[in-house]
Design a protein around this ligand. Structure first.
Ligand SMILES: NC(=O)c1ccc[n+]([C@@H]2O[C@H](COP(=O)([O-])OP(=O)(O)OC[C@H]3O[C@@H](n4cnc5c(N)ncnc54)[C@H](O)[C@@H]3O)[C@@H](O)[C@H]2O)c1
Length: 269
């Protein structure tokens, strides 16, 4: 049988692998015979080859973690993120979810060989990025971690926390993918709808209750996704089966955004 995913023996780095979608991704890749190196700020229990501690809010930590990863990185998954208040203010959320995620990818990109693939987890929450595209391009043009952080601090209306961070990731994915084509490296993003992970109860609280969030954002199938239902399409994005897929925002929401697009459902984002 032809192995269309091609993970057997492949070195895969998964950032944000302690819980939720990243953990599901790391476990599944290990089951498929990949050599998995998992990074997180929290302890990792998935049965992977190597674990490394990293704090995406700290550029020195990202750079130190990168040095601990051996060899080249044909497949990189960046799944980490934080939900925002009360645990993280808007600036901290921008820093982890966008500035840190981008720095992590940029630090590791020189180690991604021709034919390699990078995927990150954004969100349906960032689907409104086109409204602010020109302004986001300012942030995209800034390379350094500290200057990016300062830009977010100076632009709190756009760099508004969770939604802003995911809009920025959607812009970054498409702009950077375009630049990486000449190196034959693919970059894509997964945009999940609400998923049963440790992050979801925080979103319920932010919305003023589980019922309110579900009224507006529950997938049309009538339930939240499982972490595996997000990890599997993410694994597809970096696989050989997706070898002609790049610069793509893969919405995985059981039709929620489609309903909004054709006016079946009210869009709030
Ligand atoms: N759960 C949802 O409903 C939902 C919906 C859309 C998008 N997302 C996104 O999916 C991704 C995965 O989240 P999840 O739902 O699996 O939640 P989760 O909280 O289980 O996973 C997030 C992971 O990121 C790690 N992390 C947090 N801060 C970090 C830091 N500073 N440095 C390194 N690692 C850090 C956490 O320890 C955890 O392992 C996130 O980017 C999130 O924004 C989640």
């Amino acid at each position: 049988m032809r192995d269309i995913l091609g993970y057997e023996g492949k070195r895969c780095v998964v950032v944000g692998a302690a819980t939720g979608m990243g953990e599901a991704c790391a476990r599944t890749l290990a089951e498929m015979g990949a050599e998995v190196i998992a990074l997180d700020i929290a302890p990792i229990t998935a049965p992977v080859k190597q674990t490394i501690e990293v704090d995406l809010s700290n550029p020195a930590s990202i750079e130190a973690a990168a040095e601990q990863i051996p060899g080249d990185i044909p497949s990189l998954f960046v799944c980490a993120g934080v939900p925002g208040p009360p645990g993280f203010d808007n600036l901290q959320t921008m820093v982890v979810n966008f500035v840190g995620v981008r720095h992590c990818i940029e630090v590791l990109l020189p180690r991604v060989p021709k034919g390699g693939a990078v995927s990150l987890i954004s969100s349906v929450a960032g689907i409104g990025y086109k409204k602010n595209l020109e302004k986001w391009k300012e942030l995209m043009a800034i390379g350094s971690f500290e200057q990016s952080r300062a830009w977010c601090e100076a632009n709190p209306e756009l760099a508004s926390g969770y939604l802003g961070s995911k809009q920025a990731l959607n812009v970054y994915t498409q702009m950077r993918a375009s630049e990486l084509i000449s190196r034959e490296i693919r970059l894509n993003a997964l945009l999940p709808s609400p998923t049963d992970t440790p992050m979801l109860p925080v979103f319920h609280n932010q919305a003023g209750g589980k019922e309110t969030l579900e009224q507006f954002f529950l997938a049309p199938i009538g339930r939240n996704a499982t972490p595996e239902e997000m990890a599997d399409p993410l694994i597809f994005l970096n696989s050989d089966a997706a070898r002609f897929v790049s610069g793509h925002l893969l919405i995985v929401d059981y039709g929620y955004c489609g309903e909004v697009d054709v006016g079946v459902r009210e869009g709030l984002l």
